[in-house]
Design a protein around this ligand. Structure first.
Ligand SMILES: O=C1O[C@H](COP(=O)(O)O)[C@@H](O)[C@H](O)[C@H]1O
Length: 268
């Protein structure tokens, strides 16, 4: 098990990878995911990943359902364990469910015999979001380790979206949940974006992941991208960037970063 990160680690910058469009972004995202997969499998013979809802699953499907280009470009689905970075307190077949979205966009399209382990919420607790969050935390404990042995779970990769207000997971700007320091998974009853009742990974869990990939596409994101990258204003995405440094990588299209001054890096 890696040691817990310390505040004295060198400060690095997040990677900003910009592409003309999703057609160019998707192969780069795929390559980044496959590198992360290899590292996870080398570490513990599995790939522990958490995914967002919103616009992400569609882009993810474009990246991951593409044909393999060779032996070093294989998605080893049987090694994947997929968690949800946030989830809405709704049944798993509800139109607001992040699980349902991932299932429709990606999971249902995987070839037979290549199924990942998927960890949805326990819908028997939909009426009590605290219990829903606690049960999901137990799901993490079952996969990672007991809370007595590790302070925080370490995901191999988080695949996250960024809302037009700068939220990520269900961590919203200015919300008290941004100060949650103890729980791994927390409830939220007053999400400014409907539906109001949700659960989310907490900020310490997000920033503790080995790697964090954000995907943001479309001109509707350009104003918030300027705020996230060019001003320091405590937005949830900015907080992740500040703590994670170069463990955070942004896969964006040009319309999403029009007018952003922060330097782009070439994806190699
Ligand atoms: O409500 C949510 O929104 C964010 C961002 O969604 P996007 O459509 O702007 O990409 C998403 O990452 C999160 O998982 C979801 O619950």
């Amino acid at each position: 098990m890696r040691s817990q990160r310390s505040a004295s680690m060198p400060k690095t910058q997040p990677n900003l990878f910009a592409f003309p469009g999703v057609d160019a972004l998707a192969p780069a995202l795929r390559s980044y995911i496959i590198q992360s997969q290899a590292a996870g499998i080398a570490r513990h013979d599995s790939f522990k990943v958490a995914v967002s809802g919103g616009s992400l699953p569609k882009t993810l499907a474009t990246a991951l359902l593409a044909p393999s280009s060779g032996p070093n470009d294989v998605v080893e689905w049987s090694k994947w364990e997929i968690f949800f970075a946030d989830e809405r307190a709704v049944p798993l077949d509800h139109e607001d469910s992040n699980y349902a979205l991932l299932k429709k966009e990606l999971l249902d399209k995987l070839p037979e015999g290549q199924k990942p382990a998927v960890r949805p919420i326990d819908v028997t607790h939909l009426e009590d979001t605290q219990e829903l969050a606690d049960q999901y935390e137990k799901t993490l404990v079952g996969s990672f380790a007991s809370r007595d042995s590790v302070r925080l779970p370490i995901f191999d990769l988080l695949l996250l979206g960024c809302g037009p207000d700068g939220h990520t997971c269900s961590l919203f700007p200015g919300h008290a949940l941004l100060r949650e320091n103890d729980a791994w998974v927390a409830p939220i009853e007053d999400s400014p974006k409907p539906p109001a009742r949700r659960i989310t990974l907490t900020l310490p869990v997000v920033t503790h992941a080995v790697r964090i990939a954000f995907v943001a596409t479309g001109g509707g994101k350009k104003e918030i991208m300027k705020q996230i990258f060019d001003t320091s204003d405590g937005l949830p995405c900015t907080l992740v960037n500040e703590t994670a440094g170069d463990r955070a990588s942004w896969f964006v299209d040009e319309p999403a970063v029009e007018g952003v001054a922060f330097p782009r890096r070439a994806f190699l």
